[in-house]
Every structure is written in structure tokens, then in C-alpha cells.
Design a protein around this ligand. Structure first.
Ligand code: ARG
Length: 436
């Protein structure tokens, strides 16, 4: 880590201070050796005055205890049926997990309480089958949770709920996290499980808008395990209900929490409802930052040198991509209305965000913008990135003869000898929306 990274990290501190984060930990993670690291991460969050509510699962411990006792259980994760024997094992297993969490939190000097905050009701008869002791959250006792949080105490919520008639229910912890976050107006839910987040073609999908997440769930994309799909579904729903961001993280990773919370790009999959990623116009106040961003690339002769005056003179042509309000990339679209052609120029993505699909996104944006402005074709001049334009953007190589005369003159006067790439400008509906 560089000291300058601290700027990025510290930027989050005032944004998160005094906010409520619901951290939902699968039983498997509590049992893992990495739990000790997670405890340290929780201590960091607390030291920054982030209000933490811990929700835990017990699926693994329930299955294990049942095996030890040779009890056949009807279900381990609190989504299926809970019969008498399963409830009995679940109570004991959940108590053991709670105990381990309490020990752990105390060992890092965090104060915690076992919070009886879930008022449950029976899940009832689903598809003709009585779910028995499986419950649903009816109400969250927000008053007592706030009381604890205001005293700096971490409420720990087990995957159980009680009703007014003295009955106990087994409740799925993902659902509890969602209900608690909604009722407490939490800023975030962080789901820690043993899976890596949503992976497609071997790559973690860093972020999904609510609509994208719902689409994933609907299509039941193959290769995504059912438990993760259920978390994704909960994540989309939580965002609909006002939680700004829900994160699916691999709790087996050292520093999973901190890396996700204090970096711009995170390490898992985030579903978001608030502004995270945007392409916006460049204002005068941004010009200095844009010049700093592209400097390296200008030095390497990838991009044409631009002075501040050049940029300011065509300010309305310049656009930037921001991740959590941080400048990540830029692009310019210059139009030649007479020829109905646009030029894509100054495309750049910061080194620290390479390989995340931002270049493609900016390229698609420029393409769309050109079409919106009524241009028929878009061209780019490139000394080093022509492969990228061809492979990712569908550009084809052309000769300088296609350039608008005004641009051609400049081209001939310069010594860059760039390749000319061109394609038809594509209106919005035809542009594949990038998920990266
Ligand atoms: N650190 C920021 C947050 O906690 C952004 C995290 C982005 N994570 C991601 N997987 N894209 O809100």
C-alpha cells in the first residue's frame, strides 16, 4: 500500500461514520480460521464509529451436529421445513455459534449483546406443505437495537425468532439481515459467505444495479450456486427497500470486509441503488485532474498532447467516468456535422482500474453519444490501441481518406501516423449494456 492510497481510503470515513452496517455471517465463516481476521475488521469499523449489527447463520453447524447425533434433519438453512428434531438441533447449534461469536468479539474488546430482536411468525403452509417451525420475520424490535447501538454495543442476532405465544422459529439469516437492514435504515448489508460473489466466465462481477441483479436472479444464470442466488435476490430486494448497497463477499478472504468497504472497486459483488458509477461532463474545475490522469499516456505517445486551453476550448466534448466520485477514465467526442462524422478521442482509463471493462464502457458511451447527435459514423485515430478498437468496439481499419477534410489536414500536418479506425455510430438500444 502506498501512503497516497490513504486519500482514497479516508474519503469513505466521513461517509460511513455513524451509519448502520448489517454484517451477515454464514455459520461456515464463523467456523473458519479467517473468523479471527473478521473480528479485527469489525473492530476497525467500530473504531471509526460505524454502527455494526451482526446477523449470523448456523447452517453448517446444524448439519454437523445432526450428523454427530445421527439425527435426520428436514433442512439446515432455514428455508425449508423445520420439524421437531431439526428445531432442537438448530437451537443448540445456533447457541454454540452465538457463543463463539461472543467469545471472539470479547477477545478484540468489542462489547456485544445477544439481541432478541426478531418477532417471528410461522412461514405457514407453502405449496400445500406445512413448514412447521420455520418462521418469517414479522417485526424487528428496532427500539432495542438502537438502544444498544447508541451505547456502542454490537447486537448479535441469531437465525431464530420468537412469537407472542412462546414459540421459537428457525429463520433464515439472509432474510433476517434484509429485514433488520430495512427496519433500521441501514446503509449497507455485507453478506459474508464461502463464495466469491457472482462469477461469470471466471470473472467476478464487481457491481450490479438493482435491475441487473434482478435479471440475474430471473435467468438463474448457470454456474451460480443457489445459496448465492438467494443472497443476490435478497440484495436486490434490500436495495429496492432503501438500503444503498449490498455486498456479497467471500468471508474466507483475509481482510474481506476492509478491502470491500474502503476501496473504490471492492473485492466482491456489490448491488447498488445509489450513484456508484457515472459518466458525466467535464467542468472547468475537472480539467486539472483530467490532465493529470492522461499525462502518462501522453508521455508514452498513446494520446495526443492537449493543453489546458485545448480542453477548455472544447469542454463540452469531454466526458469522464467516475467510480464513487473518483476519476477513473475519460473520453472526448468531437463532431463534424457536415460529414455527419464523430471522432472518439482521448480515451483513457487509469492504470489502477485497468481490466475492469471501463474502456469498453466509455467506448460504447461515445458511440451512443455520436448517434444521438445525429452522426452516422464514428472514427478514432490510434497509435497503440487499434487492437482494442477492433476487438472490443467493432471498429475496422480505414485509410486517412475517410477523415473530414478539416481533420485530414491536421492528420497530415502531424507526425503521429496513427491508424484510422471507423464504424457506424450505434444508437442506444443497439449498444450492449456492459455489466462490468
Ligand atoms: N468501498 C465502496 C463501498 O463500500 C465501494 C465498494 C465497491 N465494491 C464493489 N464490489 N464494486 O461502498
Amino acid at each position: 500500500m502506498k501512503v497516497s492510497d490513504l486519500r482514497g481510503i479516508l474519503q469513505y470515513v466521513p461517509r460511513f461514520r455513524e451509519k448502520i452496517f448489517v454484517v451477515a455471517i454464514d455459520g461456515e465463516i464463523v467456523a473458519s480460521p479467517n473468523f479471527a481476521n473478521l473480528l479485527l475488521d469489525l473492530a476497525v469499523l467500530r473504531s471509526l464509529s460505524i454502527k455494526v449489527i451482526l446477523v449470523h447463520g448456523a447452517g453448517q453447524q446444524i448439519a454437523q451436529l445432526a450428523a454427530e447425533r445421527s439425527v435426520t434433519i428436514s433442512n439446515a438453512d432455514g428455508i425449508g421445513i423445520t420439524d421437531d428434531a431439526t428445531l432442537k438441533v438448530s437451537l443448540e447449534a445456533a447457541t454454540n455459534v452465538m457463543n463463539e461469536i461472543m467469545q471472539g468479539l470479547t477477545s478484540v474488546d468489542l462489547r456485544a449483546v445477544y439481541a432478541n430482536a426478531i418477532i417471528a411468525h410461522p412461514a405457514g403452509i407453502l405449496g400445500g406443505v406445512d413448514q412447521l417451525h420455520t418462521g418469517r420475520v414479522e417485526r424487528v424490535d428496532t427500539k432495542s437495537l438502537h438502544l444498544f447501538l447508541n451505547e456502542g454495543i454490537i447486537p448479535v442476532i441469531p437465525p431464530l425468532g420468537y412469537d407472542g405465544e412462546g414459540r421459537t422459529f428457525r429463520v433464515n439469516s439472509d432474510g433476517i439481515a434484509l429485514e433488520v437492514a430495512e427496519a433500521m435504515q441501514a446503509m449497507k448489508i455485507l453478506y459474508l459467505s464461502a463464495s466469491e460473489g457472482v462469477i461469470v466466465n471466471g470473472e467476478i462481477i464487481g457491481q450490479l444495479s438493482i435491475a441487473d441483479a434482478e435479471e440475474f436472479v430471473k435467468k438463474k444464470r448457470t454456474g451460480i450456486e443457489p445459496s448465492l442466488l438467494s443472497k443476490l435476490e435478497h440484495a436486490a430486494r434490500a436495495c429496492q427497500l432503501g438500503v444503498a448497497r449490498v455486498h456479497l463477499l467471500n468471508g474466507l478472504h483475509d481482510e474481506a470486509l476492509l478491502s470491500e468497504i474502503f476501496s473504490h472497486e471492492g473485492i466482491g459483488t456489490m448491488v447498488y441503488s445509489n450513484e456508484y458509477q457515472q459518466i458525466r461532463r467535464v467542468f472547468k474545475k475537472d480539467v486539472r485532474a483530467v490532465m493529470a490522469l492522461i499525462r502518462q499516456s501522453v508521455d508514452n505517445e498513446e494520446l495526443v498532447k492537449r493543453t489546458r486551453t485545448d480542453i477548455v476550448a472544447h469542454l463540452e466534448d469531454y466526458w469522464i467516468l467516475e467510480l464513487d466520485r473518483n476519476l477513473v477514465g475519460c473520453v472526448a467526442v468531437h463532431v463534424y456535422p457536415e460529414q455527419r462524422m464523430a471522432e472518439l478521442a482521448c480515451l483513457y482509463v487509469s492504470k489502477s482500474h485497468e481490466g475492469e471493462g471501463h474502456g469498453r464502457k466509455l467506448m460504447a458511451f461515445a458511440d451512443q453519444l455520436a448517434a444521438e447527435k445525429g452522426m452516422k459514423q464514428i472514427f478514432a485515430l490510434s497509435t497503440q490501441a487499434f487492437n482494442f478498437f477492433q476487438q472490443k468496439g467493432g471498429y475496422a481499419e480505414a485509410t486517412p481518406d475517410i477523415l473530414p477534410p478539416e481533420r485530414r489536414k491536421k492528420y497530415d500536418a502531424g507526425a503521429r501516423n496513427s491508424k484510422v479506425m471507423v464504424k457506424a455510430a450505434t444508437p442506444a438500444s443497439a449498444v450492449e449494456t456492459s455489466r462490468a
